[in-house]
Design a protein around this ligand. Structure first.
Ligand SMILES: *[C@@H]1O[C@H](CO)[C@@H](O)[C@H](O)[C@H]1NC(C)=O
Ligand SMILES: *[C@@H]1O[C@H](CO)[C@@H](O)[C@H](O)[C@H]1NC(C)=O
Ligand SMILES: *[C@@H]1O[C@H](CO)[C@@H](O)[C@H](O)[C@H]1NC(C)=O
Ligand SMILES: *[C@@H]1O[C@H](CO)[C@@H](O)[C@H](O)[C@H]1NC(C)=O
Length: 419
């Protein structure tokens, strides 16, 4: 049973082994167990080994292109950008770069083809992989590049056995479970104790026919997020966003899920900000206020998540409509009350029109192969326009900015962080 691996790490027997171990068996066993879990989470979290090589305690470089890039551009600056900030700064004052549908980074056509057998029981025909893919950098690579908000979508796997990652009917890995990926975050935070991560978890509907966030799903989720281990890494405050000093080395949950199928005590024991799906206005163009805590004056978030510009037929019209929503919301964030959280999604898609506006087309444009040599018919994507806007808004509080393909064009994270 997969979960038992996590449990093994926590048993008194093994901790005794590790504690009394003089460099032999116990440590090795714990290390192997952790390695196994990280290996299983790799399809979604990425290769953890690559990150540890960027620890300032080691001087080894890595052959991985993603990481040598981080290296040559100064890993410590991006991988530890929060280290430079005072403990007393409220989280709502920060600009926090984020990734939308972070688990889709390796969802290529060959991934989809390889998983066809695993998903056959779902009864739906998935559209081409490009429809679902929103990133190219793994989660660990994104962490090293400065991303601190991750949008993850979970549901039960096709056998109803474990919580896995999906984007609609696209099943993203037959191996990685939510718990495996949480271990990845825990490990990364251990080696980057100055940093914090806002983790958005959302129940993904539209996976298999008739799948819903039922009692079984909610119980598994509750167990994963409140285990003894999780309580060490998940910040335990409920419904408040404090200062950076309160949450260094921790995950703050951004809960886009309800526990409404469980007794009310479960909800009361769940930490984090409850961004209830019932209050999240779907595809709202102007942005909405979501009150996650009615009892405090600043317990609301302002959110723009206009991901599907309906009524626009062409690629430029879709990009214009999305970018208008983004720039309007970022201006509101810059002028808004510093005590409130602002979250702006720059991601969007509209694949029902012809030619389709895939997520990469929305973010990177079309006609010029995305980045680089832009031909005469090229259309600029949201990201290149965002780069310009961020340049104009330098130094302003923008809040959380959640992007697709965030590394293209280069400089988006740098501008958000004021580098
Ligand atoms: C990405 O997916 C492909 C195809 O499924 C797989 O062979 C490869 O190992 C994956 N890459 C990583 C870094 O996980
Ligand atoms: C889904 O639910 C419908 C209506 O209850 C039922 O007819 C159908 O067989 C179900 N599909 C699956 C795959 O269970
Ligand atoms: C709202 O904030 C108060 C004060 O920190 C806290 O005690 C309470 O549990 C929070 N309520 C919710 C629903 O998160
Ligand atoms: C939000 O309100 C709480 C409770 O009133 C207060 O302690 C906290 O400092 C406020 N946060 C910000 C960033 O203003």
């Amino acid at each position: 049973m997969r979960f038992s691996i996590g449990v093994v790490l926590l048993t008194p027997f093994l901790s005794r082994l590790v504690a009394s171990d003089g460099g032999g068996g116990g440590n090795a066993l714990a290390q192997f167990a952790l390695d196994k879990i990280l290996q299983e989470g790799r399809d979604v979290f990425g290769d953890f080994d690559e990150s540890s090589s960027s620890s300032p305690l080691t001087t080894t470089t890595t052959s991985s292109s993603a990481f040598s890039e981080v290296f040559t551009h100064g890993y410590s600056r991006h991988a530890r950008w929060m280290a430079a900030l005072p403990d007393s700064i409220p989280l709502t004052h920060l600009n926090i770069p984020g990734t939308h549908d972070a688990a889709t980074w390796n969802y290529t056509q060959s991934t989809q083809d390889n998983l066809a057998t695993a998903t056959r029981c779902d009864g739906t025909v998935a559209r081409p992989a490009r429809v679902y893919r929103c990133q190219r950098k793994s989660i660990v690579s994104s962490l090293e590049a400065g991303i601190r908000f991750f949008d993850l979508r979970f549901a039960l796997d096709p056998l109803d056995a474990r919580l896995a990652f999906w984007h609609g009917p696209a099943y993203l890995s037959a191996v990685a479970t939510l718990e495996d990926v949480l271990f990845g975050f825990y490990g990364w935070l251990d080696s980057h104790p100055s940093e914090m991560v806002l983790l958005s978890l959302q129940y993904e509907s539209g996976t298999r026919s008739n799948a819903t966030s039922d009692e079984g799903v909610q119980r598994k989720l509750f167990d994963a997020l409140t285990s003894r281990l999780a309580r060490r890494y998940v910040h335990q405050a409920r419904g408040v966003l404090g200062t950076l000093g309160d949450v260094r080395g921790k995950i703050v949950l951004f809960r886009r899920f309800d526990l409404d199928k469980l007794p009310v005590e479960y909800e009361e024991r769940m930490p984090g900000l409850h961004m209830s799906p019932a209050k999240w206005i779907d595809n709202d163009k102007t942005g909405f206020e979501l009150v996650y805590n009615e009892t405090i004056g600043n317990g609301s978030a302002y959110v723009e998540d206009y991901y599907h510009p309906d009524g626009f037929d062409t690629i430029p019209a879709n990009i214009d409509a999305k970018f208008d929503a983004v720039s309007t919301h970022l201006k509101q964030a810059a002028e808004g009350d510093l005590g409130h959280l602002f979250v702006t999604f720059t991601s969007g898609t509209h694949v029902e029109v012809d030619p389709p506006v895939y997520p990469d087309v929305m973010a990177l444009g079309s006609g010029g192969g995305g980045l680089g040599a832009l031909g005469p018919t090229a259309v600029r994507g949201v990201n290149s326009r965002l780069l310009e806007l961020l340049g104009e808004m330098k130094g302003r509080r923008l809040g959380v900015v959640v992007m697709d393909f965030f590394e293209e064009p280069g400089g988006l994270v740098d501008l958000l962080l004021g580098f």
